[in-house]
Design a protein around this ligand. Structure first.
Ligand code: MG
Length: 288
């Protein structure tokens, strides 16, 4: 018998007065939401492993209640990185669970039961602006050696060579971004753990169309079939997904370690990281 640890969840219960009457689709951020990044000691790593086991058990239980359950790992990271997070969980092999990885903040989607779903192309102005930005960052005395570029397939992400970018480094990077992108072709996200550069527009059938970051993936997957969407995240780049989920009558959650105390429409969870994710899923499972 599987026993799922109980979590304090009184404030979350109100989010799910009844179990959704539609299939559930869970949009889940990875870094600093399902997993902690940076150096993590053995004790904390083991704790996280147990929490991931609980996470999988909760997903299985939710899928049993109304199959199938869609789990969408919705991340600013690359596909290969995300696949490596999913692999030890083994979720994609569980009955009644469909796992999709939407990487690079919505530009790429691959599903484990359906293969490649989409791969978007940024508008040409994006490539010009990000090239100027990257050149200027490399030439900057303070920042030139402070980052490396993430192994993305479509767009640019910079990661700090130290564990995190300092506030003053992000301030300089913000000024460089403003100078490099006079036409506003790039949606920059500046965070201590990353600098994401998303395109404001993508090319669809030869025409430039607005690209809404993580909201793009929410809209596109919900257009296939109406489902009850739930989004869980920790940072500003999750805000577009939260807004889109709200527009579709779903619920969004900002976990305990989030760097923003609040984001429009999101319910704040007390517990951090995977424990926060589990608290949300437990509350959903317990809904009458
Ligand atoms: Mg995150």
């Amino acid at each position: 018998m599987i026993t799922i640890p109980r979590i304090k969840r009184a404030p979350l219960r109100a989010a799910f007065p009844a179990f959704p009457d539609r299939r559930v689709i869970l949009f889940l951020d990875l870094n600093e939401t399902l997993i902690r990044t940076g150096e993590v000691g053995l004790r904390d790593r083991l704790t996280e492993q147990r929490q991931h086991e609980t996470f999988c058990e909760l997903c299985v239980a939710l899928a049993a209640r109304r199959p199938p359950l869609d789990v969408v790992l919705l991340t600013g990271n690359s596909f290969e990185y995300s696949r490596r997070i999913e692999e030890p969980l083994g979720l994609k092999n569980r009955a009644g669970i469909d796992v999709t990885i939407v990487s690079e903040n919505g530009l790429l989607a691959r599903a484990f039961r359906r293969g490649d779903l989409w791969r978007e192309t940024p508008a040409p102005a994006y490539a010009e602006a990000t090239m100027r930005f990257l050149d200027a960052m490399k030439r900057d005395q303070k920042l030139g050696a402070a980052f490396y570029s993430q192994g993305n397939e479509v767009r640019l992400t910079l990661k700090p060579v130290a564990n995190r970018f300092l506030d003053e480094e992000l301030t300089v990077a913000t000024a460089i971004a403003e100078r490099s992108d006079p036409r506003g072709a790039v949606q920059f996200y500046f965070h201590p753990f990353y600098i994401d550069a998303d395109p404001k527009e993508i090319i669809v059938d030869g025409h430039a169309r607005p690209f809404g970051g993580k909201a793009y993936a929410v809209e596109r997957l919900l257009a296939e079939e109406d489902r009850f969407p739930i989004a869980i995240g920790d940072s500003l780049s999750d805000a577009p997904a939260f807004a889109s989920v709200a527009a579709h009558g779903g619920c969004s959650f900002l976990i305990g370690n989030a760097d923003h105390p609040r984001l429009a429409g999101a319910i704040r969870v007390g517990a951090p990281f995977a424990a926060g994710v589990n608290a949300v899923l437990r509350a959903l499972l317990d809904a009458p």
